[in-house]
Design a protein around this ligand. Structure first.
Ligand code: ADP
Ligand code: MG
Length: 395
């Protein structure tokens, strides 16, 4: 069982919240504060409940202390988002006597932001001494950083057993509820759409979803490995030669599970994966020898849209084509639009590039859930236990 932040009594307690403040920066400026804003409901609730809030995050990949990767700009933005009602104090480290003292002297309504956790290599090494030092700052541990939940680091896993009480924040709860529903009790018909660059990245997701879904729609570059395995002419398309027998096995498994595995019946093809390439429709699923498949074609879009329309649950990971180039983005856009507009289904998006595509195309707020964790959402859909979620479980 996992408890959530509002199940706890926080008055006067030191509430350590692991957040994901790993935001894009240019110089010392936060260029996109989405992740800070997404943590606000949990931070606000902890403050309203009378907690003394201590926020911890990593930023980038520092090799030791690095002023360029200080959380200072994040602390400044956070203070703005709190409407100037709370003083935000940035510590100069995340552990040590100075930090302990600052936390001890924390006054009501003040918020502490610990300096970048990854200034210490012990964070990623999940070092026990370091984990105990972090735990010593807290009466209550809250994890709201789904994006790092697939990593067993000191702040996501190691410290948790050393704190008296633990809970998930609101962002974490939304991830667990939606992704959990998809895996455990999806309303039927349940349709999964998988795309992206490589079959090899997605094998475990396919294997995990295949027995559960009514239909698996495959687009993106990985479709060509499946088509080639069926003997279809795929020209110069990206194919993983060493995954052809795996693709055949997956097609056979789909047949056994009575799952429809739906492959593209037409394509948008080009000569190279860049914007300099021409873009041509093929009449059927065969690709000319000197061409490569770069998006799904209009007939495939219509078939996919129909599956999406009739579904009660849709989960999508992986773009349908080279969506970064507009002339190869229509497949991805049409899947996003069908999920956003033309269905009553619960719609869940996982994967970094897929989430970026949906946001860029303006459909994000029309989905039931767009996961904030690229790698973490994939591992969740693979059916794996994520260490950061596992650590929150109480008996
Ligand atoms: P996600 O991050 O959502 O899991 P992936 O990382 O697996 O998705 O794949 C995204 C990438 O796959 C994008 O950069 C996209 O351009 C690329 N891609 C999709 N289809 C094709 C294709 N037919 N040819 C080349 N690249 C493709
Ligand atoms: Mg990706």
């Amino acid at each position: 069982m996992i408890r959530y932040i509002d199940d706890l009594q926080l008055t006067g307690k030191r509430v350590f919240i692991r957040v994901d403040f790993n935001v894009p920066m240019e110089g010392r400026r936060v260029t996109d504060d989405t992740r800070i804003r997404e943590a606000m409901p949990t931070i606000r609730r902890a403050l309203e409940m009378g907690g003394k809030v201590i926020l911890a995050s990593h930023l980038g990949r520092p090799k030791g202390p690095d002023p360029k990767l200080s959380l200072e700009p994040v602390a400044v933005r956070l203070a703005e988002l709190l409407g100037g009602k709370h003083e935000v104090i940035l510590t100069d480290d995340c552990v040590g006597d100075g930090v302990k003292k600052q936390v001890k002297e924390l006054k009501d309504g003040q918020v502490v932001v610990l300096e970048n956790l990854r200034f210490h290599k012990e964070e990623e090494a999940n070092d026990e001494t370091f984990a105990r030092e972090l735990a010593a700052l807290a009466d209550v541990y809250v994890n709201d950083a789904f994006g790092t939940a697939h990593r067993a680091h000191a702040s996501t896993a190691g410290m948790v057993p050393f704190v008296k009480e633990k809970a998930a924040g609101f962002l974490m709860r939304k991830e667990i509820e939606y992704l959990g529903k998809v895996l455990k009790n999806p309303d039927k018909p349940f349709v999964a759409i998988l795309g992206g660059s490589k079959v090899s990245d997605k094998i475990k997701v396919i294997e995990s979803l295949l027995p559960k879904v009514d239909a698996l729609l495959v687009g993106g570059a990985m479709a060509y490995t499946f088509l080639k395995a069926q003997g279809v002419e795929v020209g110069k398309s990206r194919v993983e030669g060493d995954k052809l027998s795996l693709a055949t096995r997956l097609l056979e498994a789909a047949h056994r599970f009575k799952t429809q595995l739906v492959l593209p019946v037409d394509h948008i093809v080009g000569t190279e994966p860049t914007e300099n390439s021409p873009a041509t429709e093929t009449p059927d699923n065969a690709i000319p020898p000197d061409m490569m498949g770069l998006d799904i074609g209009p007939k495939t879009r219509a078939i996919f849209a129909q599956h999406i329309r009739d579904a009660r649950t849709v989960v999508w990971n992986g773009p349908m084509g080279l969506f970064e180039v507009p002339k190869f983005a229509e497949g991805t856009r049409s899947v996003a639009a069908a999920m956003a507009i033309n269905t009553q289904a619960t719609t869940v998006i996982g994967g970094g590039d897929s989430a970026a595509a949906v946001e860029q195309m303006g459909f994000a707020d029309k989905m039931s859930h767009v996961s904030t964790g690229g790698g973490a959402s994939l591992e969740f859909l693979e059916g794996r236990d994520l260490p950061g979620i596992k650590a929150l479980e109480t008996r």
